[in-house]
Design a protein around this ligand. Structure first.
Ligand SMILES: C[S@@+](CC[C@H](N)C(=O)[O-])C[C@H]1O[C@@H](n2cnc3c(N)ncnc32)[C@H](O)[C@@H]1O
Length: 311
């Protein structure tokens, strides 16, 4: 992995005037508490997939730029990573949750000098954990981020960067031929419709591939939108839906991101217990006021049933 990391020497991911289609830039947020939550669960799921010899596929619908230089202008202006991966990096062995060691090992592999400088995004984290027969597809629509993503993945034979709308990819690429794997859905939540389109998009994907693992990330700024999402998912004809939330503090009058949420459909059977063990320890590392929640929106074997609606 080290040689490939070395090939990506500039991850500053500059914005190109007149080319970028979207405002969201993950470079400002790379390695923050929400990335730590999302990526530590991502690693747990991929490690679970690796337990069986049969190959699997990861489809990352909103992949971002691939990797991030934590000392580029964006994170210097807004060093969110210091309160995220920075805390894990500095944690003592006693306070560090053992279940997060494989995640930290992936981040360490991208920082062979021993100082934290590069943060791998979801496509590079996934790529680092693939076995020779496994595959991943990373989708990105913003041209600037796509250029960097293609660069970051160029030496990875079993990983493909595709310039495609992630919502289109969700319909087009599933079910994958391996019939095993993970769909990561991590949209930027730039527009107000993003929350409301999720149950419908997830339901359509689930109908096409009911046995896939789905992991959806959502921001928590207040309770209304995440709670409405949970209510709608409870009424969909989807079974086996686990929720994991990490809250740094109660909602603030001035707004802003105060928490990170994950919806996990068909999670590995060990994940609920796993989350129960490492999430409280992770929360403690991130902030003394942080709290966590792990609960089933729909238990395995159940679904909206008679009440199930088009989502
Ligand atoms: C939250 S970031 C992704 C972070 C990445 N998954 C990670 O964990 O490292 C969301 C990305 O989605 C991209 N994006 C926005 N709308 C998209 C769409 N419709 N299809 C694909 N990518 C999109 C944005 O340009 C941005 O890079």
């Amino acid at each position: 992995m080290r040689a490939e990391v070395a090939a990506v020497t500039d991850w500053s991911c500059p914005r190109r005037a007149g080319v970028d289609a979207l405002n969201y830039r993950h470079a400002f947020h790379a390695g923050n508490f929400a990335d730590v939550h999302k990526h530590s669960v991502l690693v747990r799921i991929v490690l679970h997939l690796r337990l069986k010899p049969a190959p699997f596929r990861i489809i990352d619908t909103h992949a971002g730029a691939g990797g991030y230089d934590l000392f580029a202008p964006e994170p210097i202006r807004s060093p969110e990573w210091r309160a995220g991966i920075g805390r894990l990096w500095e944690a003592s062995a006693e306070e560090f949750p053992p279940a997060l060691a494989p995640y930290l090992d992936v981040v360490k592999a991208f920082n062979p000098d021993g100082a934290l400088r590069f943060y791998p995004g979801s496509p590079l984290i996934a790529a680092a954990l693939l076995r020779p027969g496994d595959r991943s597809i990373a989708c990105e629509i913003e041209p600037g981020a796509m250029e960097w993503l293609a660069k970051a993945l160029r030496n990875r034979v079993n990983t493909k960067a595709v310039a495609i709308d992630g919502w289109t990819a969700l319909g087009a690429y599933i079910p994958p031929k391996e019939r095993r794997g993970l769909i990561l859905i991590d949209p930027p939540f730039e527009d107000a419709n993003e929350f409301s389109r999720l149950p419908e998009a997830l339901s359509a994907a689930y109908r096409k591939w009911p046995t896939g693992i789905y992991m959806l990330w959502y921001p928590i700024k207040e309770r209304a939108a995440p709670d409405a999402l949970a209510r709608r998912l409870r009424r969909c004809a989807i079974s086996n839906v686990l929720r994991s939330e990490l809250l740094l503090c109660p909602p603030r009058a001035e707004g802003g991101l105060i928490g990170s949420g994950l919806v996990l459909i068909n999670p590995p059977h060990t994940l609920e217990q796993d989350l129960g063990t490492f999430m409280p320890a992770l929360a403690k590392l991130l902030s003394p006021r942080a709290t966590v929640r792990t609960d089933w929106l729909v238990r395995p074997g159940r679904s909206g049933g008679q009440r199930a609606v088009e989502c």
